[in-house]
Ligand binder design. Structure first.
Ligand code: CP
Length: 308
């Protein structure tokens, strides 16, 4: 018999997290990175269900690895291989999983805002984690990106971070910018082609550019984003070669940034489109570090939700 903590806390988005809770999660992720053995098997016998209605490599696998490293059991449910294909609604599917008493349900879904509806239906003692809902939120991505920034820069108030590409359809942009604002990043720059601009809530307090070269000047970190083809809703995607010429991060363009600029990308990358291989695999790239930080960050999230 597993004793459940009397907590109903969930992780839905960055906006609803206090600065203290964010600092605690980032601190815990750093501690896990420094001394992983301290946390090993500390949640033995607990259960995580990964319920994914969209494809994923990094997020799903890192939640699974994170859970296993702290001793949790993991069940993966992909919508395509479940009774969703027989017409079962999201809520019925979610409640069916809840009836099997998991400790944590991690959900990815293409519809923005769906996680808030599931949160209302979440039973006491079960914790809901947003692994990406539509173009709205991807809070654990934002946390792992913030951890990566903090590992490279002591004082975030002194740095300039550029986020560039398809900002309009990007949940990474929304959560990432919200978190950088909360952490007091010195200057947040946003650069995007026409049609891919972020909305007013995101752009508030940032500096906007419609030219990548201008935006890159002297930045300390740049995060490149792919075009979210799955969210274009029938609109034509730009030609990949043309896009790369104007919006692709090449070594030549990166030379406009600060000499110690780090290059980030949440993945999956479209090489030769928003980022050249020479940059993705080059000395400034911290893309694999972001992936490693994804495991530490998700371990911290699972530990925090199911603690003490
Ligand atoms: N960054 C990210 O969410 O990647 P996946 O879609 O592979 O999980």
């Amino acid at each position: 018999m597993i004793n459940r903590p009397n907590m109903t806390a969930s992780l839905l988005d960055i906006e609803s997290l206090s600065v203290e809770r964010i600092a605690g999660l980032l601190r815990m992720a750093q501690e896990i990175r420094a001394e992983p053995e301290r946390f090993q098997d500390s949640r033995q016998g607990r259960l995580v269900v990964n319920l994914f209605y969209e494809p994923s490599t990094r997020t799903r696998v890192s939640f699974e690895i994170a859970a296993r490293r702290i001793g949790m059991h993991v069940v993966n449910v992909a919508a395509g291989g479940s009774s969703v294909v027989k017409g079962e609604s999201l809520l019925d599917t979610y409640n069916t999983i809840q009836a099997m008493s998991p400790d944590v349900i991690v959900v990815r879904h293409p519809d923005s805002g769906v996680l808030n509806r599931l949160a209302v239906a979440t039973e006491p003692g079960i914790h809901l984690v947003n692994a990406g809902d539509g173009s709205r939120a991807h809070p654990t991505q934002a946390l792992l990106d913030a951890l990566t920034l903090k590992q490279h820069f002591e004082d975030l108030s002194e740095i300039t971070v550029l986020v560039a590409g398809d900002l309009h359809h990007s949940r990474v942009t929304r959560s990432g910018v919200a978190l950088m604002k909360k952490l007091g990043v010195g200057e947040i720059r946003l650069a995007s082609p026409p049609g891919f601009q972020a909305g007013a809530r995101v752009t508030e307090g940032t500096t906007r550019f419609d030219c990548l070269d201008d935006a890159l000047r002297d930045v300390n970190a740049v995060m490149m984003l792919r075009i979210q083809h799955e969210r274009l809703a029938g609109a034509d995607a730009p030609d990949a070669e043309v896009y790369h010429r104007e919006w692709g991060l090449t070594s030549e363009r990166l030379a406009l940034a600060d000499p110690d600029c780090i290059v980030m990308h949440p993945g999956p990358m479209n090489r030769g489109v928003e980022i050249a291989s020479e940059v993705a695999d080059g000395p400034s790239s911290v893309i694999r570090q972001q992936v490693r930080n994804g495991v530490y960050t998700r371990m911290a999230v699972l530990l925090e939700l199911t603690g003490p």
